[in-house]
Design a protein around this ligand. Structure first.
Ligand code: ADQ
Length: 472
C-alpha cells in the first residue's frame, strides 16, 4: 500500500487538484466517514490510481483543519490545509474573482488585488511541496485547473525527476485579455514548468502558444515550446468528456424511467419540456435564455398551456459578490416571467435553486424534450454531453451555444449565439417544432460523438502523450 507505517505516502502517480475527490459524511452516532464523490474525473482516474499506487493531493473543503493522509476506496488521500483567510484570498479571491472572469472573456470585470495574489502564490507553493513529498522517484504528477497554475514550475524546481502534466478545465483567453493580468509573466512561467499542458480546445492551446511567443524567450514550434534551459513543454488540446456508458445505463434503469414519467406528470403533461441545468454562474447565460423564453410566451409564439421550462441552478460560490448579485437578478426575472405569463395552477417557468443526485439528473435529462445550454463562454460544458448520453430513442433536441467548448465537437446541435436573444428565440421555437426525422438525424450524430469519446479515452490520450514526453 502507498501508505506505510509512518503515515508517509509515496506514490508513482499523483493527482493535484484544488479539491479532493471525497466528501465528509457524519454518521448518526457522531463518527465521521469519507465517501468518494462521483465526479467524472475520479471515475476516469480510478483505474490509473489503482494500477499505479495513486495519490490525490487536495483540499478537503473545511478551513483551519490539518488532516493526515488516509486511504479511501483504493486511493491515497493527501489533504492540504487552507486557513479561513486563504479560502477568501486564494480561492474566492484570486481563483474566482480574478482568474475565472478573466479567462471567460471578461464577461464580468476581474478584480486585481495584491493580497489575493500573495495568497495564491503561498497556497500553490504548499500544494507543490506536498506533491513533491509524496511522489516517488520519476513519478507522474497531473496538476488540475486554474487554481494551481504555478504548481508545475514550483514542482519542477523541487523535483526535476518528475513527469509533470497540467490540464486547464476552463478556457484560455486570447493574449489581448490575458495581458491585463499584473502577474501574467508568473502564471505563464508557472504553466511552462509542465511537460504537457492540456487545454479543452485547439484554439486555447494556440492562444497559449501565441502568448509564449510574444512574452517569453522560448522557441515555439507548433505545439512544442523549448525554454532557455532546454526544458520542453507541449501545449495541446484534450476535450474532456463524461462517463457516457454509465450515464446511459443509469438513464435506462426502471426507477429513473419511472421518475422521468412522474416528472412530466407533475408538470401537467406538457407538450414540450425545456430544461436548463447549470451551476448558478454568470458565464452560463441563464438570464439570456430565460428572457428569450419569457418573450416567446408573451408574444404568443409559445403557448403556456403547452410548454414548460425547468431551470435547475446549483448554488455556487455564494460568498463571492458577483454570484450573490446574479442570484437576485435571476430570482427577479423568474418572478417577472411567471407573474406576467402564469395562470392559477400553471407557471411556465419552474426554477429550482438546488443540487440533485445523479439519478434525479438522469431522470430530468430523460424527461426533457429540449435541452437549453447557452453559456457566454464555457471551457467544455458537460451538461450538454450528459443530456445526449441519457437519450434512449432518437428524439430530443440540444440547443447549444457556439461559445461552449462542447460546440466544437457537438456539431449537430441546434447552435445559437447567446448574445443574440432573437437567435435564441428562433432556435428554441425550431428545436421544439422541428420534424422528428431532423431531430433523429442530429441526435444520432451527437450520440455517436459522445459514446466514441468518453472520459476514459480523454484520460488515456492525455496520459499516453505525457508518458511519451522526454523530461529534462
Ligand atoms: P462547470 O462550470 O461546473 O465545470 P459543467 O461542465 O457543465 O460546468 O459541469 C457541471 C457538472 O455539475 C455536470 O456534471 C452536472 O451534471 C453537474 N450539475 C450541474 N447542476 C447540477 C445540479 N443542480 N445538481 C447536481 N449536479 C449538477 C468546469 C468548466 C466546464 C468543463 C468542466 C469539466 O467550467 O467548462 O466542462 O469543468 O472540465
Amino acid at each position: 500500500s502507498p501508505t506505510d507505517q509512518g503515515g508517509e505516502v509515496s506514490a508513482s502517480f499523483v493527482v493535484v487538484a484544488n479539491r479532493l475527490p471525497v466528501d465528509r459524511v457524519q454518521n448518526p452516532d457522531g463518527t465521521v466517514d469519507w465517501r468518494t464523490s462521483p465526479g467524472g474525473l475520479v471515475t476516469a482516474l480510478e483505474p490509473v490510481m489503482r494500477a499505479n499506487e495513486g495519490a490525490w493531493v487536495g483540499w478537503h473543503g473545511a478551513p483551519d483543519e490539518v488532516l493526515d493522509p488516509f486511504e479511501e476506496d483504493g486511493i491515497t488521500i493527501v489533504p492540504v490545509p487552507l486557513s479561513t483567510d486563504e479560502v477568501a484570498d486564494y480561492y474566492e479571491g484570486f481563483s474566482n474573482g480574478t482568474l475565472w472572469p478573466l479567462y471567460h472573456d471578461v464577461v464580468a470585470p476581474p478584480a486585481f488585488h495584491r493580497v489575493w495574489w500573495d495568497a495564491y502564490v503561498r497556497v500553490n507553493r504548499r500544494f507543490a511541496e506536498r506533491a513533491a513529498q509524496v511522489s516517488d522517484q520519476g513519478a507522474t504528477v497531473w496538476v488540475q485547473d486554474y487554481q494551481l497554475q504555478l504548481v508545475p514550475q514550483m514542482l519542477r524546481m523541487m523535483r526535476p525527476d518528475l513527469r509533470i502534466g497540467f490540464f486547464l478545465h476552463i478556457p484560455f483567453p486570447p493574449v489581448e485579455l490575458f495581458q491585463q493580468l499584473p502577474w501574467r509573466r508568473e502564471i505563464t512561467e508557472g504553466l511552462l514548468g509542465a511537460d504537457l499542458i492540456g487545454f479543452q480546445l485547439p484554439g486555447a492551446a494556440q492562444n497559449f502558444a501565441r502568448l509564449v511567443r510574444q512574452r517569453v524567450s522560448a522557441e515555439v514550434r507548433r505545439d512544442q515550446i523549448t525554454l532557455g534551459d532546454g526544458h520542453v513543454a507541449r501545449a495541446r488540446a484534450y476535450p474532456i468528456s463524461i462517463d457516457s456508458r454509465s450515464f446511459h445505463e443509469l438513464s435506462r434503469s426502471e426507477p429513473v424511467q419511472q421518475r422521468a414519467r412522474d416528472i412530466r406528470r407533475d408538470l401537467g403533461e406538457p407538450k414540450v419540456m425545456f430544461l436548463g441545468v447549470d451551476r448558478l454562474d454568470y458565464t452560463k447565460g441563464i438570464k439570456q435564455r430565460l428572457r428569450a423564453f419569457g418573450e416567446l410566451i408573451l408574444e404568443g409564439r409559445l403557448d403556456p398551456d403547452d410548454v414548460v421550462f425547468v431551470q435547475i441552478a446549483t448554488p455556487s460560490r455564494e460568498r463571492v459578490e458577483e454570484y450573490r448579485h446574479l442570484r437576485d437578478e435571476i430570482d427577479m426575472l423568474v418572478g417577472r416571467i411567471n407573474g406576467d405569463a402564469g395562470r392559477i395552477g400553471r407557471s411556465p417557468l419552474v426554477y429550482l435553486h438546488s443540487s440533485f443526485p445523479r439519478e434525479e439528473m438522469a431522470a430530468m435529462y430523460s424527461a426533457a424534450d429540449v435541452m437549453v445550454v447557452t453559456p457566454l463562454r464555457d471551457g467544455m460544458n458537460l451538461v450538454a454531453k450528459e443530456f445526449v448520453a441519457c437519450r434512449g430513442a432518437d428524439d430530443g433536441a440540444l440547443v447549444l451555444s457556439e461559445f461552449a467548448g462542447a460546440a466544437y465537437e457537438l456539431k449537430q446541435a441546434y447552435k445559437i449565439n447567446p448574445y443574440d436573444i432573437n437567435d435564441i428565440k428562433a432556435t428554441l421555437e425550431l428545436a421544439s417544432h422541428d420534424a422528428p426525422n431532423n431531430k433523429a438525424r442530429r441526435m444520432r450524430a451527437l450520440r455517436k460523438q459522445v459514446f466514441d469519446n468518453d472520459i476514459a479515452k480523454w484520460a488515456d490520450n492525455f496520459l499516453t502523450d505525457l508518458d511519451q514526453t522526454v523530461t529534462g
